[in-house]
Design a protein. Structure first.
Length: 406
């Protein structure tokens, strides 16, 4: 499992996918502990009419994703090979070595899926019905690749296999995510949007091209609306788009239910709304290219290769949070305080970040206080030496005014 798939699974209970059907969203209530004491594994409980959802907390390395009748249960979040882990139960392989999840198979050994293979490899078809662990192709290697859903050599977690359709005989090569500029012609395949620096390719033309940075679809109205299933008003390439006449985008631009106490729905942001985040992620991927290729498993592709093995790298949390915003388009997670607090397998990372922020604020406050005391002390010395105290300016109100101004 990966977090992006987990989110889709959790939200599938509430999201309305049927076009042109407006639906009232349920209201959400977040509790600090168990939602059902007789069933401690329950993390969501639905009212009989499904109009109200009570949400509770899952344990460490768990997420709320196992669907039942009228409830959802906590489920163990399993980490891919190469990821730091304290216990083997956290790993997809049920094996830990030197504090990291290990792969059950080595290169050139028979496998059935990518998670069988070590970091830097994937499960590749090498014959009729025969699969072996083989190295993934790195960015910049002059080696033919295929799309992730095809048989052959795949790219690593930070790249997609693409070619320029305008040039006959151009080979397929692994290109870094969010690296291709305006008018680059792309093959339509898995995660094609993610290969463009704008995060979006134009669906309106026969030849699919990356659009200019910032010109992907954008919201043209408020994010929050009263119901799910509404066609959200958008602009594309600076022009208003009527979603009813453009089926290529209508489904993506419907409002969806959010984890909100007021039962409101949300219009999803488009790539054009998040260009600053796209640029930051692209730069982070470039800077950490070697680390991603050597430490992050190919199963981390839905995370762009921004994996837990790199959590000590500079700006990791910023890159990770931006990645989550990009992959979800901020759809249902805006104002989703309960979801962010209780349902992310990366809660421990977010908690660490919050502690750092709190410490930073504490040091700033302490520094300001010490600075103020030093200034007051210097003022007192100056006043004493110049006999200004004889002017009776050292009354308590006067000192309080000086301190407040500092």
């Amino acid at each position: 499992k990966i977090e992006s798939n987990m989110k889709a699974l959790v939200l599938s209970l509430f999201l309305v996918a049927t076009l042109a059907v407006e639906t009232t969203c349920p209201t959400f209530e977040c509790v600090s502990g168990q939602v059902d004491k007789s069933h401690p594994t329950y993390c969501q409980v639905f009212s009989a009419d499904n109009h109200h959802v009570t949400m509770g907390k899952c344990g460490d390395y768990q997420f709320c994703g196992k669907l039942g009748a009228g409830f959802t249960e906590c489920q163990l979040f399993r980490l891919p090979p190469g990821t730091p882990a304290a216990d083997k139960s956290q790993c997809t392989s049920d094996a830990v070595l030197s504090g990291h999840c290990t792969a059950p198979k080595a290169n050139n050994e028979v496998c059935t899926k990518d998670l069988d293979c070590p970091v830097g490899s994937h499960c590749q078809t090498v014959g009729v019905g025969v699969l072996n662990c083989k190295p993934t192709i790195k960015i910049g290697e002059e080696t033919d690749c295929v799309a992730d859903n095809e048989q052959g050599a795949h790219c690593g977690p930070n790249a997609e296999c693409v070619k320029d359709k305008d040039v006959a005989g151009t080979p397929y090569r692994c290109k870094q995510l969010f690296s291709l500029g305006k008018d680059y012609a792309v093959e339509v395949g898995v995660n094609t949007d993610n290969i463009c620096e704008s995060g979006f390719y134009d669906r309106t033309n026969t030849i699919k091209r990356c659009v200019e940075k910032g010109n992907g679809w954008k919201l043209a109205e408020s994010t929050i609306v009263d119901k799910a299933g509404k066609n959200c008003k958008i602009t594309f390439d600076g022009k208003d788009i009527a979603t009813d006449d453009n089926n290529w985008i209508a489904a993506e631009m419907e409002s969806k239910c959010g984890h909100r106490t007021d039962g409101k729905a949300l219009c999803p942001h488009g790539p054009g709304d998040m260009q600053e985040k796209l640029d930051f992620v692209s730069e982070w991927l470039s800077k950490h290219k070697t680390a991603i290729e050597t430490k992050c498993h190919v199963a981390e592709k839905p995370h762009f290769g921004i994996c837990l093995a790199l959590k000590s790298e500079e700006d990791f949390m910023k890159a990770f949070i931006y990645m989550m915003d990009i992959t979800t388009k901020d759809e249902v997670y805006e104002d989703s305080w309960c979801y962010q607090k209780y349902f992310s397998p990366y809660t421990e990372l977010l908690a660490e970040e919050e502690k750092k922020a709190e410490k930073g604020i504490l040091w700033i406050a302490l520094g300001s206080t010490l600075g103020a005391l030093v200034v007051i002390l210097l003022l007192a010395i100056f006043i004493k030496q110049t006999n200004l105290y004889e002017l009776k300016l050292l009354s308590l109100p006067f000192l309080l005014i000086i301190f407040s101004l500092l």
